[in-house]
Write a protein that binds this ligand. Structure first.
Ligand SMILES: Nc1ncnc2c1ncn2[C@@H]1O[C@H](COP(=O)(O)OP(=O)(O)O)[C@@H](O)[C@H]1O
Ligand SMILES: [Mg+2]
Length: 363
C-alpha cells in the first residue's frame, strides 16, 4: 500500500497541513516541532489507538474545538480516502461511508511503527517482548486475540482458586480442571509464537545482515517453561506436566508460575544476549530489524506492504546503518523523523520535509 497524501487541521500543534508523499519521506526539525505528531496522525489511520496512549481529546489543538484528518492512499488494488474527525466525539469514514470505529480502517491500512519507547523491548522485562509477538500475531491471525483472551480468563480463574487455597490436596480436583484447560489454550499460544518466530527468522536475518553490513548475526530464542518442539500436542503435554508439577509452589505463591504468560524471547547477536551485552546501536538495530521483519511477514501473509513509521530511529546509528535505512529498504513506503540536516543530505531518492512549530515545508 502507499499513502499519497495527508491533510490535517488542528491536529496537536499542527494548525494546517496538506502534503503529498513519496516512497521514502524524511521529516526533520528541532525538538518539539511536530515530527512525532505527524507520524502519530498517520498511525491513527491504521485503526490503532495513539502509540503514545493519548485520548482523542488530547489530539485536538489547544484552544480549538475540533480536529480533522484526511488520508488519500492506495491499498487492495484501488485509490481510497479515509477521514477522521474529532469534535465532541470521533467520526470515521472510509471512501465516504461512515464506520462504527477507527478499528475498521485497520483492514485497509496497516502500519509498523518504531518509536524510541520500543527500545524497552530490549531493556525491560519479558512483558514488552511478549507484547511485540502477540501484537504481531493479532495483525495476521484473526483468532489469536480470542485465544489470548480465553487463556487469560482461565488464568484469572485458576489464580483466584489459588488465592483461597490452603493446601494442594484441598483444591486438587478443581485445579485439575483448570490445568487441563490452561495447558490446552497455552499450548496453542506457544505454538503460534514458535511458528511466528520461525516465519520471521529469514526476514530478520537478512535485514539485520543488511543493517550491520554483514558483520553480525541475529537470533531469536523462545524461552518457555520447557524446551518446546513445534508439535502442538507435545507442547500441550509438556506444559500440562510443568503446570501440574508446580501446583505446590503455585499454592504457596497464590499465582500460576508456569505458562505462556511468563515466557520470554531472547534476542541474541553473534550468540550473546543483546540485553546484557549489546551496544546502544546494536539494541536499536535489533528492534528496528524486528519491526521491518514484521513488515515483511505482514506482506507475505496479506499480500500488502504495510507503511513503516520510524520515529527518531537514526540517533546512535553509525553512517552505514543510517545509509541502509535511508537507501536500502525495498518495497516499503517509509516515514522517518530525525533532528539534523546531515541525515537529510544522505537521502538518495525520496522527499524531505522540514517542520517548525507545526508547519511543514519541503526541503
Ligand atoms: N493538543 C495539542 N495542541 C497543541 N500542541 C500540542 C498538543 N499536543 C502536543 N502539542 C505540542 O506538540 C509538541 C511536541 O510535538 P512532537 O511531535 O512530539 O515533537 P517532535 O518534533 O520533537 O517529535 C509539544 O511542543 C507539545 O506542546
Ligand atoms: Mg518526537
Amino acid at each position: 500500500m502507499k499513502i499519497n497524501s495527508i491533510t490535517l487541521e488542528n491536529y496537536r500543534n499542527i494548525k494546517e497541513l496538506s502534503v503529498d508523499f513519496d516512497d521514502v519521506n524524511i521529516i526533520w526539525g528541532e525538538n518539539a516541532q511536530g515530527k512525532t505528531n505527524l507520524l502519530e496522525a498517520i498511525y491513527l489511520f491504521s485503526g490503532a489507538k495513539s502509540f503514545r496512549g493519548a485520548k482523542d481529546k488530547e489530539l485536538v489543538k489547544f484552544d480549538c474545538d475540533y480536529a480533522k484528518m484526511k488520508l488519500d492512499f492506495f491499498a487492495n488494488g484501488r485509490e481510497q480516502t479515509a477521514e477522521i474527525s474529532i469534535k465532541d466525539r470521533k467520526t470515521v469514514t472510509l471512501n465516504g461511508i461512515k464506520k462504527r470505529s477507527s478499528t475498521e480502517l485497520g483492514d485497509e491500512i496497516k502500519t509498523i511503527i518504531f518509536s524510541p519507547d520500543h527500545l524497552n523491548m530490549i531493556k525491560e522485562g519479558p512483558n514488552e517482548r511478549r507484547k511485540f509477538i502477540d501484537g504481531a500475531l493479532c495483525q495476521i491471525k484473526s483468532n489469536y486475540r480470542t485465544l489470548l483472551k480465553n487463556y487469560s480468563r482461565t488464568l484469572v480463574q485458576r489464580n483466584s482458586l489459588l488465592r483461597n487455597a490452603e493446601s494442594v490436596d484441598e483444591v486438587a480436583p478443581m485445579l485439575e480442571v483448570w490445568d487441563v484447560n490452561l495447558a490446552n489454550l497455552g499450548a496453542k499460544i506457544i505454538y503460534q509464537r514458535i511458528m511466528y518466530l520461525k516465519a520471521i527468522k529469514p526476514y530478520l536475518k537478512s535485514i539485520f545482515e543488511g543493517i550491520s553490513g554483514g558483520k553480525e548475526d541475529i537470533e531469536l530464542v523462545y524461552i518457555g517453561a520447557d524446551t518446546y518442539t513445534d508439535d502442538v500436542n507435545d507442547i500441550e503435554q509438556r506444559l500440562y506436566n510443568k503446570i501440574k508439577s508446580h501446583r505446590k509452589i503455585d499454592v504457596l505463591n497464590h499465582t500460576t508460575t508456569k505458562g505462556p504468560h511468563r515466557d520470554d524471547i531472547e534476542i541474541m547477536i553473534n550468540g550473546r544476549s543483546v540485553k546484557s551485552f549489546g551496544s546502544q546501536g546494536q539494541q536499536r538495530s535489533s528492534v528496528l530489524a524486528l519491526k521491518l521483519a514484521e513488515a515483511s511477514l505482514l506482506r507475505e501473509m496479506t499480500g500488502e506492504n504495510p507503511i513503516a513509521l520510524l520515529d527518531d530511529v537514526m540517533s546512535e546509528l553509525d553512517e552505514k546503518r543510517q545509509d541502509y535505512i535511508l537507501n536500502h529498504i525495498k518495497d516499503l513506503q517509509i516515514f522517518i523523523t530525525c533532528c539534523d540536516k546531515e541525515t537529510v543530505l544522505r537521502l538518495k531518492k525520496g522527499k524531505t520535509f522540514h517542520i517548525a512549530n507545526g508547519a511543514l515545508s519541503e526541503g
